[in-house]
Design a protein around this ligand. Sequence first.
Ligand SMILES: NC(=O)c1ccc[n+]([C@@H]2O[C@H](COP(=O)([O-])OP(=O)(O)OC[C@H]3O[C@@H](n4cnc5c(N)ncnc54)[C@H](OP(=O)(O)O)[C@@H]3O)[C@@H](O)[C@H]2O)c1
Length: 253
Amino acid sequence: MRRTLDAVLAGRLEVDVRDQLPLTDAAEAHRRIESGPRHRQARPGCLAAGKRECDAREGSEGIRKLTYYLGSSLDGFIATPDGSIDAFPVTEDVIEFMAADYPETLPTHLREQLGVTAPGRRFDTVVMDRNTYAPALQAGIVSPFAHLDQYVVSTTLPASPDPRVQVVAGDPVELVGRLKHRPGAGIWLAGGARLAGALLGEIDELVIKRYPVVLGAGIPFSMTGQVRSVPFELVDDRILPGGTTVARYTRTT
Ligand SMILES: NC(=O)c1ccc[n+]([C@@H]2O[C@H](COP(=O)([O-])OP(=O)(O)OC[C@H]3O[C@@H](n4cnc5c(N)ncnc54)[C@H](OP(=O)(O)O)[C@@H]3O)[C@@H](O)[C@H]2O)c1
């Protein structure tokens, strides 16, 4: 069955993935939530660089990583021109993947419906732009990721109505720099083109869910207004049964 991400994020969707999955798949999803990622692969460049450098990239030396975890069309758009992400085919396998491998990226209401209690292995913080926060806010959900520390970058939003959500009007680069030096787990960037463009120099890891759909036009992956080459290394790649691919890259410089 197909889901729409806009509906998921706005809390309009009532789902129980375990009801939709064969029993073995549901059990497997829960096993994976508890036991960690399955498809981690060797990282030749990182191994060659030595443990110290690998550890630094993985954020184990006290600096937290910023991960841009996003969904994209085949032609590189993260949303349609009006900001909708409904065109992405969020099939059961995609939801199962998210619940198993990135449970902290599911909105709190959906985690409750799915019975997902894992705190998440990767992120304890999310940084999003105003337009990404807006659908939840419009649906009356002031704290869509209540299990995370939430920062919304905006110069126009008034102060947040929820203590777990901080509205930041200042420079997002300065914000992320501050967050990186605090103790904690990783930082998830859930940003649109302008925010991702502004933070390009701070992104340590990219996780790209590429949905098997072409949009033709839309909001691009990042919008910097300037040519900038930032090298990344592929460290994990998988193909979900419905044709969505998930590639994970770490920054090499
Ligand atoms: N496919 C995915 O994985 C994915 C992920 C995230 C978002 N999205 C979609 O992308 C859409 C948002 O993209 P967008 O390109 O419209 O967002 P955007 O241009 O990056 O940011 C939207 C708003 O956030 C604030 N903002 C962003 N960067 C800022 C900066 N450097 N400094 C200060 N404020 C900043 C501004 O709000 P103010 O005007 O209030 O200052 C800006 O108008 C959403 O509709 C969402 O659905 C998709």
